[in-house]
Write a protein that binds this ligand. Sequence first.
Ligand SMILES: CC/C=C\CCC/C=C/C(=O)SCCNC(=O)CCNC(=O)[C@H](O)C(C)(C)COP(=O)(O)OP(=O)(O)OC[C@H]1O[C@@H](n2cnc3c(N)ncnc32)[C@H](O)[C@@H]1OP(=O)(O)O
Length: 298
Amino acid sequence: MALSFNPRLVRGVSRCHAIVTAKMALAASCRDFSAAEKSTVIVNLNDNTGVATIQLNRPPVNSLNLQLLTDIKIALDKLQMKKDCRGMILTSSSPGIFCAGLDFMEMHNPQEGRAREFWRSLQEVWKMLYGSRLATIAAINGHSPAGGCLLSLTCDYRVMAQGKFMIGLNETLLGMVAPFWFQDTMTNTIGHREAEKALQLGLLYSGENALNVGLIDELVPPEKVMQTAQVQMQTWLKIPDLARRLTKEQMRGPTLQKFVQRQNEDVDQIMKFIMDSATQRSLGIYLNTLKHKQLTSV
Ligand SMILES: CC/C=C\CCC/C=C/C(=O)SCCNC(=O)CCNC(=O)[C@H](O)C(C)(C)COP(=O)(O)OP(=O)(O)OC[C@H]1O[C@@H](n2cnc3c(N)ncnc32)[C@H](O)[C@@H]1OP(=O)(O)O
């Protein structure tokens, strides 16, 4: 299957990408975490409030490569094992960029084993976040296309920064198809009709329009994003954990069950697509022509 990338709609993506890592920073009150060297996330847990923060910390754009996905998974595993942790805020350490989606470098001429591991890691992170026992809020402090939008959609609530930032599942603009579980997550959030338009047209929404269609829950000045998320978290934590968690399980269960049933099939399909020579030709052309192109939002 050939990909027809549309370079007019996307800003520059280069081949060379430093893997920038950062130390996992932990709150002093969280002594039983061991600091992992070279983690691409910064994790803090406030033992007084039970609220953790995971900051994506892979400059310049937090594109999701295998390492970042693995670090998110490790952080979540640790937090979810801590009984006292009740809520998690997902954000970025780079103001202006929440997450640029999947790292194109993981999909361009990959080794098959690595590409498979990459896709499985993405699936795992989605499954963990979407089914998390924690109350989760995305503090979207910048652009959030494609996989970045997906990450935020796994959360229970989304606060986004005002400004020229855009959010959406723009895969079709790149000649790609958002997998069924991306589509389900979107549909569960904004409803079938709007999702149908958004997914087919690869819509990237401005903050205002994202708020109008229910893709985000609040739009606030950039400097208020974290504070707003923290205040909102208090509302979620006022609800008894078990009742909130069971309700979430019931609401999201069917989507998760469908995913688990089709998880292996999804890997096989995506591998066929990624390893296809026509896909790789298109991706190569796309990467070479991406420079200085602009994403546009509706
Ligand atoms: C074959 C697979 C099949 C199916 C998969 C389907 C699911 C796919 C999901 C995805 O998530 S695909 C990824 C989609 N992502 C995008 O379309 C976003 C692309 N990026 C941008 O639009 C912009 O970078 C931005 C996020 C709006 C930020 O703009 P800004 O001007 O602030 O930064 P700049 O464009 O200069 O980028 C800085 C630097 O980062 C590189 N970059 C950007 N995005 C990615 C990415 N997704 N993967 C890898 N690298 C990325 C960009 O090239 C620049 O690199 P340079 O400094 O070395 O030039």
